[in-house]
Structure formats: structure tokens, C-alpha cells
Design a protein around this ligand. Structure first.
Ligand SMILES: [Zn+2]
Length: 109
């Protein structure tokens, strides 16, 4: 798994843990800590790892860009956006290469 993810101005180390990840009294496949910063993924969640990582990245994007229409705590909205983006990436394996080859600056995005 990737060892860090840059989201806006913040680089989040990504760590896998065999320990249960508990958020709001619920056991989760992953979690994001905006303060440390850190993304944790349950090492035992198998095929759920990519979707879990994308889910935590979406939390980070919503938090970083202060997207008020999608509250960072709206798990259903975060999950649907994450699954949608992950499916687009899976269905279009050359997409990242093509997007990064445009050499646009972040200010143009
Ligand atoms: Zn979540």
C-alpha cells in the first residue's frame, strides 16, 4: 500500500494496523486524523483496502477544501464519492497518466 498521500497542503502518512480502528464507538476499516496527520487502514480488511483508502482520502479532501455541501462526517456521501472516483480510476487505467501529462498547475485545476 502507498505510504503517504498528499491532500492539498497536507501529507498524510498511511499506515496499516492489525489493531481495531474505532471511530465514534464503531469498528472501522480505516480512519483519518487531520491533526497528526495520519490515515490508518485495517491490515485485515483485504479487498476493502483500496475503497477504504479512497474513503479516507475523500474525508481529507472535504476537510482540506472546506466543502460545506459534503460535511466531513457524512459517511454515506463520503463513501459514495469515494466509490465513484475509485470505479472511474479502475475503469480508466490511463486516466492518471493522461491528467498528469497535461502539466497544468494546481492553480488551473
Ligand atoms: Zn468515514
Amino acid at each position: 500500500m502507498i505510504d503517504s498521500v498528499r491532500i492539498g497542503s497536507i501529507t498524510y502518512p498511511v499506515s496499516e494496523t492489525a489493531e481495531p480502528i474505532i471511530v465514534d464507538n464503531a469498528v472501522c476499516y480505516g480512519a483519518i486524523d487531520y491533526v497528526k496527520p495520519l490515515i490508518q487502514i485495517n491490515a485485515n480488511c483485504g479487498a476493502h483496502k483500496p475503497a477504504t483508502l479512497m474513503h479516507e482520502i475523500m474525508h481529507g479532501i472535504v476537510n482540506e477544501y472546506r466543502i460545506e455541501d459534503v460535511p466531513a462526517g457524512d459517511e454515506k456521501a463520503i463513501d459514495l464519492i469515494a466509490k465513484g472516483i475509485l470505479n472511474v480510476l479502475i475503469d480508466n487505467p490511463r486516466l492518471i497518466e493522461q491528467v498528469t501529462n497535461y502539466k497544468v498547475s494546481k492553480q488551473q485545476v
